[in-house]
Design a protein around this ligand. Sequence first.
Ligand SMILES: Nc1ncnc2c1ncn2[C@@H]1O[C@H](COP(=O)(O)OP(=O)(O)OP(=O)(O)O)[C@@H](O)[C@H]1O
Ligand SMILES: [Mg+2]
Length: 294
Amino acid sequence: MEKGLARTDFTGLKLFSRGKVRDTYEADGGLIMVATDRISAFDVIMPNPIPGKGKILTRMSAFWFKEMEGIIENHLMTTDVRQFPEACQPFADVLEGRSMLVKKASPLPVECIVRGYLSGSGWKDYCETGAVSGIRLPDGLKESAKLPEAIFTPSTKAQDGAHDLPVTRIEMENLIGRSLTEKIIKVSLQIYRKASAMADERGIIIADTKMEFGLAPGDRLILIDEVLTPDSSRFWPKADYGEGRSQKSFDKQFLRDYLLSIKWNQKPPAPELPLHIIEKTKEKYEEALNRLVK
Ligand SMILES: Nc1ncnc2c1ncn2[C@@H]1O[C@H](COP(=O)(O)OP(=O)(O)OP(=O)(O)O)[C@@H](O)[C@H]1O
Ligand SMILES: [Mg+2]
């Protein structure tokens, strides 16, 4: 198996941020977002990269940004490295296929989550309170149930390794104002509905997804970051779907299940991953790409 890209260090380029998965650099007023092959689970980066994962994520995000252009403007300028600023050219080989030149925006301090199904922290919240992020749901829903309609459940953007915390709509309004909140809710739900309908035809359920928005010059609201990738969404194979249990998935749930099975305490350092888990995870990402992006 090819070796994965765990990290980049482009001397001469200024680092803008190093996230769990992406290394982002400043470039001529824009940003170069590089998706490495790092993978995280339970908010902890695994010691082994998944070869090719960054390229898959980049293709998926680029595909969805384009699909959503009719709904909202996004930050993507190009994935063609030859069109990147001159200072990036020495790194063209590494950048190829896994990077985007994007417009720099002021990110809004909320993670915009849309849920169409009851899973993960949403399911946990529902079990404890009968609601998800304060949105009351019908009684008696089972794990993984399809919600009567998709719901918007924002959270704060946690700093430095902390977990994101859910916020109510009122709290979101206090953070960014009422009209932006309304617009973001509308756009997020539209994006989710369009993507779910497309994925459904390809045998995939998008259980939930997380988006980010920013303000571009002139206070234009634009879609930023990544969109509808397995890292920001739960993708389930429709063929195996059933209520009352957790779902098999195309994405990270597979790795999560493995980590649960070995009873890792979910605190760093993460355990070294066996080769078959790396390979299987790689296959899952490839399968998601082939099924979704055609
Ligand atoms: N067009 C943009 N302009 C400015 N900032 C952006 C843009 N797109 C994304 N960002 C910001 O860049 C950062 C990208 O970070 P990244 O997602 O790699 O790591 P992180 O959010 O710190 O952690 P995690 O890996 O958990 O997501 C985020 O803070 C995001 O809000
Ligand atoms: Mg992020």
